[in-house]
Design a protein around this ligand. Structure first.
Ligand SMILES: [Zn+2]
Length: 312
């Protein structure tokens, strides 16, 4: 991979998309919030924005319809965990997964799968900047750049909903399994750069790749090597997850074992996690750019070398 492509990751575009999703015009991305004078809820508006942007880079942008409920809010539960399951009488809403495909030129049929949940919390009013506008804007930027670069393998990106229920990353993963998709790696971007106020004040640039399977561990361990290889000034750590969960867990449960989640700290230490204070002004854009560059390098190296990269 030519390291020069990493300089094409645009911090300006990351910032622009982040503030678009979390501040102006959208503050929230949930079925429960509709902006004044709008007829569509803010999650549908978010989907329109993402799909329109992605259609500039791929002719294969699919809106997959599904149904969700909002979580109830229960502030008697521990701070950061106020979501509670909906009751049977609570309404259902039409929602969508967005799946973007960037076909590769080779004949291997191998797919590199990227994921990010695009919605914000449905039980509380929070812009969800770290959780998970950052992963969404990183994947938008990865599509822009990957669409213009020669690749052997297909890259597919899933923008799903995880702050509503049920999680339709599971239906996307099961559909991939039923089609027999040959997914060689799954990278879920959820809460990149999210870290403690102390780490933010100390200007630490951190990236955690966490895994639930031995195959995931091999993929996670690729990331610190990649950072070193391309001299990215980022502290990259690998750690095992406590359980198989989140949108990466959906793919593991569907049989795709080489799967990781990328985030800014683990255990997750953002003091504003799942609170109204998860605002875009708290995002360390340098860290977000570096994490996006790391992911771009990892995807391109995976594309270039395929599964042989794990036997090195
Ligand atoms: Zn969350």
């Amino acid at each position: 991979m030519n390291p020069k492509v990493l300089a094409e990751v645009s911090q300006d575009r990351l910032r622009r998309d982040l503030f678009h999703l979390c501040r102006d015009p959208f503050s929230f991305r949930t079925v429960l919030y509709t902006r004044p004078w709008q007829s569509k809820n803010s999650l549908d508006e978010t989907d329109e924005f993402i799909a329109a942007e992605m259609r500039r880079y791929s002719s294969l942008v699919e809106m997959v319809p599904n149904r969700v409920q909002a979580f109830r809010c229960n502030s008697a539960k521990p701070l950061h965990h106020w979501y509670d399951k909906p009751q049977p009488e609570d309404p259902w809403y039409d929602a969508h997964n967005i799946e973007v495909t960037l076909p590769g030129s080779g004949s291997s049929g191998e797919i590199i799968q990227l994921i990010s949940h695009k919605d914000s919390m449905s039980w509380i009013n929070s812009p969800g900047a770290h959780d998970n506008a950052v992963g969404t804007v990183a994947n938008l930027e990865l599509v822009r750049l990957l669409s213009a670069l020669p690749r052997q393998r297909t890259v597919r990106v899933l923008f799903c909903n995880e702050e509503h229920t049920p999680w339709h990353s599971a239906s996307a993963a099961n559909a991939a399994r039923e089609r027999g998709d040959n997914i060689i790696a799954v990278l879920n971007q959820d809460s990149l750069d999210g870290k403690s106020d102390a780490d933010f004040a100390a200007k630490r640039k951190t990236h955690y790749a966490i895994y639930s399977t031995p195959e995931g561990q091999a993929l996670a361990e690729l990331l610190p090597r990649t950072a070193q290889r391309y001299q990215l000034p980022l502290e990259v750590f690998c750690a095992p997850k406590k359980c198989i969960n989140d949108d990466d867990g959906s793919f593991i449960k569907a049989g795709y074992q080489r799967t990781i989640m990328n985030l800014g700290s683990y255990p997750y230490s953002d003091e504003q996690y799942h609170l109204p204070g998860d605002i875009p002004e708290r995002v360390d854009l340098d860290n977000l750019r570096l994490s996006t560059q790391l992911l771009l390098a990892a995807v391109l190296d995976l594309d270039e070398r395929g599964e042989s990269i794990f036997s090195a």
